[in-house]
Write a protein that binds this ligand. Structure first.
Ligand code: ABU
Length: 355
């Protein structure tokens, strides 16, 4: 990149990647929120771990950090400029992790938008981990950085939702684990398709959050809500749909239908393919799948319209996209990062992609 290249400029998920944030895993701890919010998003078998001051097992974090460092090195070898957040003791500060920046920021054109997190344990994430990166990015005078709005007074996001049985869906008029009293989202519930941004409402993203993104994006961009099939753990659109390149998208059939996708003008002339995959439950997998679903197979990061990072165990998926669509998957180890919340898409924020 030349000295005058933009530091923030990305419109989609597949154009050649030039600059990216890659997260880090040290000192990550299980997030801890009111029981109903954890129960609505996490697997039952690990629910008891989601309590204050509980670190992920050190052997998982050590390997996750190695996987992230290796991934960052491979990106650099491919000419991508890589930024890393600061090392933070998330356990000590009552936070979660620096490994999942996709939930934290989204690039739309020249604008970087910070999530007004619903989870309290994540609300200091940017202040603690990402200020050096934001300082650097703000040296590009054409870049806009939208920090999350301050919550004035008491945070009301859980008022009237939840309860003690952990099932948000049985609670009064509210359906989700958060209410709509203030804008709240995780940016992993949004995906960019040029001037159209596709979003989903979920247990971490509300309608006011989506309206807020619409207000923050540069002129000419539109945010549309995709109807997804609400699952008990609905959180994040990036394990539901995966655009492999312009005009070609793979989706998780239990999570979204072709009809729902087709109802968005942006997909009308796209090839839309259901992923032919039936998750097989594993008995006591190692590392434990603390914070992810089997559909994380769709959580790839594209280097360009051919090359995409895929977790090395997902060989069937890699073969399928190679043989069927002529893709060139790059297989890397990432199982320990998966364990704590996501894959290559979740653990990155693409800052610059250029056509
Ligand atoms: N951020 C992806 C986690 C969601 C899932 O595993 O389905």
């Amino acid at each position: 990149m030349s000295a005058n290249s933009p530091l923030i400029s990305a419109d989609d998920e597949w154009s050649p990647l030039k600059a990216v944030i890659v997260g880090r895993a040290e000192h990550s701890a299980f997030p801890s929120e009111p029981f109903h919010a954890m129960a609505a998003t996490m697997r039952k078998e690990h629910l008891a771990e989601f309590r204050p001051g509980n670190p992920f097992p050190p052997e998982v974090l050590e390997k996750a950090q190695q996987e992230l460092d290796n991934f960052a090195a491979v990106l650099e070898q491919n000419g991508v400029r890589v930024y890393r957040p600061k090392e933070v003791d998330w356990l000590k500060v009552g936070g979660f992790t620096g490994a999942m920046p996709r939930d934290t920021f989204m690039t739309v054109g020249n604008t970087l938008i910070e999530s007004p997190f619903p989870w309290r344990c994540r609300q200091k994430e940017v202040q603690l981990g990402y200020m050096d990166i934001l300082d650097l990015l703000s040296s590009d005078y054409c870049a806009r950085i939208c920090r999350a709005p301050t919550i004035v007074g008491r945070d009301t996001i859980y008022d009237g939702v939840g309860g003690t049985n952990g099932n948000s869906e049985t609670n009064g008029s509210h359906h989700w684990a958060i209410n709509n009293s203030r804008p709240a989202f995780e940016t992993a519930d949004f995906m960019r398709f040029g001037k159209t941004i596709i979003a989903q409402i979920s247990n971490v993203t509300n309608k006011k959050g989506i309206d807020y993104v619409q207000a923050m994006v540069p002129e000419g961009y539109t945010v549309e809500i995709l109807e997804t099939n609400e699952g008990f753990t609905t959180r994040h659109i990036d394990a539901t749909i995966l655009p492999l390149r312009k005009g070609l998208l793979v989706y998780s059939p239990p999570r979204v239908s072709e009809e729902s996708l087709r109802s968005h003008a942006v997909f009308q002339d796209w090839e839309l393919h259901p992923l032919p995959y039936t998750p097989q439950p594993e008995k006591n997998p190692w590392p434990p799948q603390y914070m992810c679903s089997p559909w994380l197979v769709l959580n790839g990061l594209s280097l360009d319209e051919k090359r995409i990072f895929v977790e090395e165990k997902n060989k069937e998926f890699a073969d399928w996209i190679r043989d069927r669509f002529g893709m060139e998957p790059i297989l890397l180890p990432f199982a320990h990062v998966n364990s704590i919340g996501g894959s290559f898409h979740c653990s990155t924020v693409d800052l610059v992609r250029s056509a």
